[in-house]
Ligand binder design. Structure first.
Ligand SMILES: *[C@@H]1O[C@H](CO)[C@@H](O)[C@H](O)[C@H]1NC(C)=O
Length: 197
């Protein structure tokens, strides 16, 4: 089960790596999913963000404070995560070749090789507790040391990202028979990719 986020790139024609900055569309960062899975809930319904402060400053987010898990699932559930990138083209959202899947997010939450870790979980200071309880145990507090999240993605191979995009992130909780719980988490981060290198 210890599968890490796999970057799946299909049908790549160009092999030059590029760096991009994501200019966010929504200052609140997360938008509700427009075509989320049935029954899906938004981030604020799954995580209490009242103690979390995010200050948006150009291409940087200054993050500090705590988030408390309130997702109503079972601590024994397996959590799967999926991130897909869509491109807005001629009036509709088209899939792109960029996606990542984890079949067991809790086992790789602290994997040093993940983007995730470098951008976020490295700054959760109560690691021992969070590593045990993950995001499937209501009441878990994610205590952050203040950190800056840079909205840059580096070394991206594949076709050039241009214009309006959205990242759609879905977390599912599966019970012991691998049946998904009724309330997956779905959120979108919308913005425009600007090539910087
Ligand atoms: C976050 O949690 C820690 C540990 O419980 C606490 O010391 C701190 O004051 C909290 N920070 C905020 C902003 O609530």
């Amino acid at each position: 089960m210890g599968i890490s986020w796999l970057v799946i790139i299909v049908g790549v024609s160009s092999c030059w790596a590029a760096d991009y900055e994501l200019v966010l569309e929504n200052p609140d960062i997360f938008s509700p999913c427009t075509e989320g899975p049935p029954g899906s809930i938004e981030v604020p319904q799954a995580l209490d963000l009242d103690q979390l402060e995010i200050i948006h400053d150009g291409d940087t987010l200054h993050v500090s404070g705590n988030a408390t898990v309130k997702w109503d699932v079972n601590p024994k559930d397996r959590i799967t995560g999926k991130l897909e990138v869509f491109h807005f083209s001629r009036g509709s959202w088209e899939p792109t070749v960029f996606s990542m899947v984890s079949q067991d997010f809790c086992t790789i939450m602290y994997d040093r090789n993940q983007y995730w870790y470098k951008m976020w979980t490295a700054y959760i200071s109560n690691r021992a507790d969070v590593e045990k309880k993950c995001i499937n145990t209501p009441g878990t507090v994610l205590v952050h040391e203040p950190f800056d999240l840079n909205l840059r993605v580096q070394n991206i191979r594949g076709p050039t990202l241009r214009g309006r995009h959205k990242l759609v992130i879905v977390f599912n909780a599966l019970d012991e028979r691998n049946i998904p719980r009724a309330s997956p988490i779905c959120c979108e981060i919308r913005g425009e990719f600007i090539k910087i290198n």
